[in-house]
Structure formats: structure tokens, C-alpha cells
Design a protein around this ligand. Structure first.
Ligand SMILES: *Cc1c(COP(=O)(O)O)cnc(C)c1O
Length: 513
């Protein structure tokens, strides 16, 4: 129900033209720097007194802004960060999301099916990732950062509420949510909440700060040379020694962002963590932003080691993951699973808001999403999730991830064999077999020549044929290829990577001779 035909025409033109531009752009991953500069100069300086109208605005968007955006999601050769792409089915659904602009925060079964769709989307996700729908509740978030905030918030609530009960009695209804963190800690006799983890993603520190626990509370309990692997003895020592005035949350880095390696390697290891958490009253949270998807390829020997990294995680109390990474739905979309809906509700409830309650709570069991997350009003981000899972199913997602892993392994093998590059971490990838076992979707590497290494990321990205992220590994500059786009094609994309790297090497030898 647009206002008139002109508006509808602009909408159609924007969609059709942006798809055309996107096809033209897809051979390069970055816009020209001259395009970026020119576009910046065309951006509005001030709020126009008189609006310029939808036609002129549409022209500006298509002519100036669209060509100055990068192909981070559109190109299969953009390997920066972990951006994911957008599956065609998710893109179709997302255009409906914009058109209908539904707000699924309140379950209104007499008015819209939106919250039912979201609920289904979450259940399909649980099914894909082998989480028992009867045991787990979930919500869609803006991303894994938000999901980590939710997980630590629930953990904080649980570990402190348990301490409060030990002081005020088991029937005490007092909680962090009702009392606030400061008062709750005073009553509980807790001076610190420890977050015990290994090579945590930066967002975990951010989540700790947001929640008033503080970045300093995040402690690494990894083995000294296994990088992301838990030192279980260290975990136990820490839990044991801090029993009196400290409560703890243990966080599993299911997929470390620089290397793609996993913190745990078997069901037995997660079970040990679970038992330790139970013994010392700790909460077990998983940051599985991209690693959780390793559960999709469980069962095939080729991916056994990777799948082991994501086994046993249903023993956790809460799990964070991303939709806009390996699920390949549009930004912004993450999800959060929790086994303790009552604890979540203690944190996230909207009290005294009768107008927000469901109008026929008697007949269905869908929880009101607004009491299970940060936002109240929000985007209908469940629709692309629902659509993409319908379109491609379990097999489609397994195939997608297998192609991504095989491609990452082929790139890693190429670098391992190459005289001028080195695959990292060195002690993990000491032979070809270790690549075939351990590489998931991330390849970390450096150039052996130090001067070239310092310029490597810049030179690769200057090609605009592919994009990699720079990082620091063992105090050294390193380059990182993260594979996360559904379009990956082993032969085609391996040729791109090899060609770009050879061009960089010959350019370097010309420059330095
Ligand atoms: C990407 C990532 C996050 C943060 O996710 P956002 O979607 O950017 O909020 C958290 N943890 C890990 C391991 C990640 O890879």
C-alpha cells in the first residue's frame, strides 16, 4: 500500500537496478578509491529544508551510493572478517520483511502470523544444529555479540541468585534482575564474577563490560601451547580457589576467530566442564558464532575432527551464535539458545506492561519474544531464517559448509606447500594431514619474507580480486582468509586465490629488485 504509482515505480527500479549494479560489481570486491571519494563529496551536507523527492533520492542512492559499497556479502572472494553472504531465498524473504515491516515482539496470534514464523524459524535452527526443541528456548538477536550479552546476563543472574538463596534461603525470590547487581553481590557475599575462557572473541569482553562484570573479569584458562584448548586443571583450580567470594561463568570458544580452532574436542571434554560447573555452581555458556555450524557436518569422516569441536554443546546452559555468518541470512541476525527460560525471564521481563501481553494466552505456548532478549520492538528477522532453511534444508546446508571447508583446506594446503608462505599456527599445522583434520573455514598465514609480510594484506586487497583481513599472531602481522559465503566454488575460487598471491609475489620482487 504505497502512496502512489510513482513510489511503487521507484521501489521496483531500486530493486532491479541494485541487482544489476551488483552483477556488474561482482568481479571486484572493493569500489575504486576514486569512487569512494567522489561519493563522499555527493553526500548531503545538511538536512534539506524542502525534501528532494523520492525520484531524485532513488537516483542518488543508485548512482552515487550503491557503486561505493563493497562486495563483502555479494562476492564469494571477500574473505575479510566472517561476513557470510545472503542466499537467494533469504534475499527474497528479506525484501518482504522490508515491505511489510512487521514487529514480532509481541505474540499476536489474532493479528499476524509473524511470531509463529519466528518460533518455527528458531525450531528449524535447533533441528539443523541438533538441539532438542523440548529442552531449549531461543530468541533471534542482532548478532553473536548480543547473544553473548544474553548468555552472560543469564549466567550472572543464575550464579548470583544461587548465592543469594544460600544466604536468604531457598525460597528467596530476590534476584539480580530485581535487586540490581550491586545489592545482589552484597547480599550474596560475592566480590567478583570470573569469566573463565580461552582466546575469547572481543565481543565477550564487551559483553562483560556492558553487564557490569568488567573486562578484567575475563580470564584465559587455556593450555600454554594449545592456543584455544582448555586446560581443565586450570579451570578446576580457579573454580575451587575462588569458591567463597567469587562466582564463575565458563565460556567455550566454539570456533576461535583467528584460526577457526575449537576450545573443546569431544563430548567427554564438555562433560567434564559440565561436571565442574555443576560442582562449583558455575554457568556454562558457548560462543559458537560460526563454530556451532560444525554440527551440521557431523557424521562424515572427512569432517570428524571439526565436528568433534562442536560436540556435547547441548550440555551447556546457554549458546550464542550468528545467522548473518554461516547461515548466510542478511544482517543483522544472530540467535541465542538457553535451557533455563525462567532465568531468562527474570532478566528480560517487561514488568507492569499489560498492553504488551498476548491476547489469547490460553491456546498456544509461544513465549512472548520481548521477555527473552534485549529489544522490544524489532525487525522480523525470523523470515529470512525460515525461508533459507525451507529452501535448502539440512542437506543444502551440509553441502554448503562442506564446500566451504574443502575450499579452506585447499587454500591451506596450497600455502603449506608454497615456498614463500607459512601456514599458522605452526605447531598445529605441522603436516598435510593436520590440514585435512583441523582446518574449518579459516586459514591464517604469513609471508616468510618479513618486509613482504608487513605489506601483504594491503597488496592482496589492492588487487580487488579478493579481500583478506589483517591480524596479529604471535606478535607478528598475519593474514586471514575466512570462508563464509554460500557461493564458494573450489576450482574457480582457488584459481583466484593462487593468481592473486602469485601477482603479489611478482610485484614484490619487481619492487624490491
Ligand atoms: C563474529 C563473532 C562474534 C560477534 O558476532 P557479531 O555478529 O559481530 O555480533 C562473537 N564471537 C565470535 C567467535 C565471532 O566470530
Amino acid at each position: 500500500m504505497m502512496e502512489n504509482e510513482r513510489d511503487i515505480a521507484c521501489l521496483g527500479k531500486a530493486y532491479a537496478d541494485s541487482l544489476k549494479i551488483l552483477q556488474e560489481q561482482s568481479s571486484t570486491v572493493l569500489p575504486e578509491s576514486s569512487t569512494l571519494e567522489k561519493t563522499r563529496s555527493t553526500l548531503l551536507q545538511d538536512l534539506p529544508e524542502h525534501g528532494q523527492g523520492i525520484e531524485q533520492t532513488t537516483d542518488h542512492l543508485l548512482r552515487d551510493i550503491a557503486p561505493a559499497l563493497n562486495a563483502s556479502s555479494l562476492s564469494p572472494n571477500y574473505y575479510g572478517f566472517i561476513t557470510g553472504g545472503v542466499t537467494p531465498a533469504a534475499r527474497v524473504a528479506d525484501s518482504l520483511v522490508s515491505t511489510y515491516d512487521q514487529n514480532p515482539s509481541v505474540h499476536l496470534p489474532d493479528q499476524t502470523v509473524a511470531s509463529n514464523v519466528e518460533d518455527k524459524a528458531l525450531r528449524l535452527l535447533m533441528d539443523l544444529l541438533h538441539f532438542d526443541q523440548k529442552e531449549w528456548s531461543g530468541s533471534l538477536t542482532t548478532g553473536a555479540t548480543a547473544s553473548n550479552v544474553l548468555g552472560l546476563a543469564c549466567g550472572r543472574e543464575y550464579v548470583l541468585n544461587e548465592r543469594i538463596k544460600s544466604h536468604l534461603g531457598p525460597d528467596s525470590e530476590e534476584s539480580v534482575g530485581s535487586l540490581g547487581l550491586l545489592k545482589a553481590c552484597r547480599i550474596a557475599g560475592v566480590e567478583e564474577v570470573d569469566i573463565l575462557t580461552t582466546m575469547a572473541h572481543s565481543s565477550l569482553f564487551k559483553a562483560s563490560s556492558i553487564l557490569g562484570l568488567g573486562r578484567a573479569c575475563v580470564h584465559d584458562v587455556g593450555t600454554s601451547n594449545g592456543y584455544v584448548t582448555f586446560d581443565l586443571q586450570k579451570v578446576e583450580q580457579r573454580l575451587k580457589s575462588s569458591r567463597h567470594n567469587t562466582s564463575s561463568i565458563v565460556v567455550v570458544s566454539c570456533g576461535e576467530v583467528n584460526t577457526g580452532l575449537f576450545a573443546t574436542h569431544s563430548l567427554a571434554e564438555v562433560r567434564t566442564l559440565r561436571n565442574l560447573c555443576d560442582r562449583y555452581g558455575a554457568w556454562l555458556h558457548v560462543d559458537g558464532a560460526f563454530g556451532l555450524f560444525a554440527r551440521v557436518v557431523d557424521g562424515s569422516p572427512e569432517f570428524e575432527t571439526v565436528a568433534q569441536g562442536a560436540r556435547g554443546l547441548t550440555l551447556a546452559d546457554s549458546v550464542a551464535s550468528d545467522g548473518h555468518k554461516l547461515l548466510n541470512v542478511p544482517y543483522d541476525c544472530g540467535f541465542f539458545f538457553c535451557r533455563h527460560p525462567r532465568i531468562a525471564e527474570q532478566v528480560f521481563q517487561n514488568p507492569n506492561a499489560a498492553y504488551l501481553t498476548t491476547n489469547n494466552a490460553t491456546t498456544d505456548t509461544i513465549q512472548s519474544p520481548l521477555n527473552f532478549g534485549i529489544e522490544n520492538s524489532r525487525r522480523f528477522r525470523g523470515l529470512p531464517v525460515y525461508a533459507t532453511l525451507m529452501a535448502y534444508g539440512r542437506e543444502g546446508y551440509a553441502d554448503m559448509l562442506k564446500r566451504q571447508i574443502r575450499f579452506a583446506r585447499a587454500v591451506a594446503a596450497h600455502l603449506f606447500d608454497h615456498a614463500d608462505f607459512e601456514l599458522l599456527p605452526r605447531n598445529v599445522f605441522s603436516d598435510r594431514a593436520s590440514i585435512e583434520q583441523n582446518i574449518y573455514i579459516i586459514v591464517l598465514f604469513k609471508a616468510k619474507n618479513e618486509a613482504l609480510n608487513d605489506a601483504l594484506v594491503k597488496m592482496i586487497n589492492a588487487s580487488s580480486k579478493m579481500f583478506v583481513s589483517g591480524t596479529v599472531w604471535d606478535h607478528c602481522a598475519a593474514s586471514r582468509i575466512a570462508v563464509s559465503n554460500w557461493q564458494v566454488n573450489l576450482d574457480r575460487d582457488l584459481t583466484v586465490v593462487k593468481t592473486v598471491l602469485e601477482n603479489v609475489l611478482s610485484e614484490w620482487s619487481k619492487e624490491s629488485s
